[in-house]
Design a protein around this ligand. Structure first.
Ligand code: HEC
Ligand code: HEC
Length: 237
């Protein structure tokens, strides 16, 4: 009972500390929820029809991608960290990520050149193929969430599954990749208005604990396995 009390006090403290940030972000999850609510009828409106991703075409044009993303535990060469798992990830998020590499908001030379040749429709098709069986929220939590995760779970879920399609799923993602991504948001290698304030106050030890916690959640994201040519990635900064 005592520790439960302490837990809620801690969450309150974290929340208070972070509230200016949240205010600035205009309570993102709520805003997104309403955006989603209005997004559904838009499908009938002839104005801006967004073609859904076609996984069959996606598979046909993503052969090169599998040279890295299709090999389990494959590593980025310089510096050394795991190539992210894509199977089970939200397709909508993957499209945003690819657009960020194309625009240079994420600095990674190899992914920038990979994404530069893709149209938005190509990205939607490839994301539809890679996402496969998308992970659903609600799994039993593995281990104990570090205190620094109190904010994160509002978007990424207690079990690491992004609560809507725009929030990446982290469950079972490679631990070293998650840590790498968090450092990148902090150093500015990834420029993102939502994540930058989230990581600003994190210490290296917090990042390690968060990466460990989310990587151990199950069910896990997977590597779309396919034997193919091995390619080598380099970071961009
Ligand atoms: C040479 C190896 C390599 C190739 C080829 C490659 N990728 Fe990547 N990809 C990576 C690495 C490494 C990262 C992580 C980069 C970073 O640190 O931001 C990445 C990141 C991504 C991400 C972001 C994942 C996330 O969780 O945010 C997506 C989506 C992605 N790649 C899709 C693709 C697609 C689609 C293709 C083919 C058009 C492709 N990749 C080709 C190595 C590669
Ligand atoms: C308000 C919602 C929100 C909160 C809170 C939040 N995130 Fe995020 N997170 C996002 C969004 C949106 C992205 C995608 C950003 C992008 O496009 O690069 C993201 C991306 C990430 C990524 C990169 C995933 C990948 O596959 O590359 C990691 C890791 C991450 N967040 C961890 C955290 C951690 C740890 C916390 C808490 C300290 C946190 N997030 C808090 C919304 C949030």
């Amino acid at each position: 009972m005592g520790s439960r009390m302490r837990g809620s006090v801690l969450i309150a403290v974290v929340w208070t500390l972070a509230s200016p940030v949240m205010a600035q972000e205009e309570a993102q999850p709520a805003a997104d929820a309403s955006a989603e609510a209005t997004a559904a009828p838009a499908e009938e409106a002839p104005a801006a029809p967004v073609a859904a991703g076609d996984p069959v075409r996606g598979k046909a044009i993503s052969y090169t991608c599998l040279g890295c993303h299709g090999i389990p535990n494959y590593k980025n060469a310089f510096p050394n960290y795991s190539v992210p798992k894509l199977e089970g990830q939200h397709a909508e998020y993957m499209v945003t990520a690819l657009q960020a590499y194309r625009a240079g908001e994420r600095s990674h030379i190899t992914m920038h050149s990979q994404a530069s040749t893709l149209t938005d429709q190509d990205m939607r098709d490839i994301a539809a193929f890679f996402s496969g069986e998308v992970l659903k929220p609600g799994a039993k939590v593995v281990g104990k969430a570090p205190e620094s995760a109190a904010l994160c779970v509002a978007c990424h879920g207690q079990d690491g599954v992004g609560i809507t399609g725009i929030y990446p799923t982290l469950s079972g993602q490679h631990e070293d990749y998650l840590a790498r991504a968090l450092h990148d948001y902090k150093k500015g290698g990834r420029k993102n208005a939502i994540m930058a304030p989230m990581v600003a106050a994190l210490k290296d030890a917090d990042i390690d604990a968060l990466a460990r916690y989310f990587s151990q959640q199950r069910p896990a994201l997977k590597t779309e396995e396919r034997p193919s040519t091995r390619l080598t990635a380099h970071e961009g900064h």
